[in-house]
Design a protein around this ligand. Structure first.
Ligand code: C5P
Length: 206
């Protein structure tokens, strides 16, 4: 069983994906972490994330087992991730890895922006997770504050709008809801309620 979970920044898609993986005993891949790790590799080598050659080389050299969680979770890494993610060379370099993960025996849960549309168009269940931008900005702000990051809520909202725009308007694999994806709007839903709803949907579908 392959479950695809796509959605906007800080919509709760990662929480839904992790929860589903735990509930159904499936392995989980956070594909955003791959793009973030490519961005961090470029930045820490003093490179420019906008340069396609540099970014593609970093994507090809990526070792997913060596991703440093702390380094990739900063606001800077997220912003640079959406810059490298625009580039076809980077997406191609990460495609096989994601595909192999999805096709392991027994299935998998993957979350990202293009799982239901590009990476796993034949996934058994597809979710598109979204929430009001003001609610998402506040969630991300709380998350970053808890890690000691002092970015203001206004700045987070600005970054979120910019990232939504860049992810949705890019030519390659833009963020969009797959036709057969089920919408989960988490604006007024708690984590537990969202997850319970997602579990119910998967159970009904399989
Ligand atoms: O989900 P997360 O915020 O960690 O993703 C960081 C960035 O990586 C996104 O803004 C998006 O540009 C990119 N991404 C992508 N395709 C995916 C997952 C993430 O383009 N499947």
């Amino acid at each position: 069983m392959i479950i695809a979970v796509d959605g906007t920044l800080a919509s709760g898609k990662g929480t839904v994906a992790r929860g589903l993986a735990r509930h159904f005993g499936l392995p989980h891949l956070d594909t955003g972490a791959l793009y973030r790790a490519v961005a961090v590799a470029v930045l820490s080598a003093g490179g420019d994330p906008r340069d396609p050659e540099t970014a593609r080389a970093a994507a090809r050299a990526l070792d997913p087992s060596a991703i440093a969680e702390n380094a990739i979770r900063t606001a800077e890494a997220g912003a640079a991730a959406s810059v490298v993610a625009v580039q076809q060379g980077v997406r191609d370099a990460l495609f096989d890895l994601q595909k192999r993960f999805a096709e392991q025996p027994g299935g998998a849960v993957l979350d990202g922006r293009d799982i239901g549309t590009v990476v796993c168009p034949h996934a058994d269940v597809k979710f598109y997770v979204d929430a009001d931008p003001a609610v998402r900005a506040e969630r991300r702000w709380r998350e970053l504050a808890a890690r000691g990051d002092t970015v203001s809520l206004e700045e987070i909202r600005r970054q979120l709008d910019e990232r939504d725009r860049r992810d949705s308007s890019r030519e390659t694999a833009p963020l969009m809801r797959a036709e057969d994806a089920i919408l989960l709007d988490t604006t007024h839903l708690s984590i537990d309620a969202t997850l319970a709803e997602a579990v119910r949907i998967v159970q009904n579908k399989t």
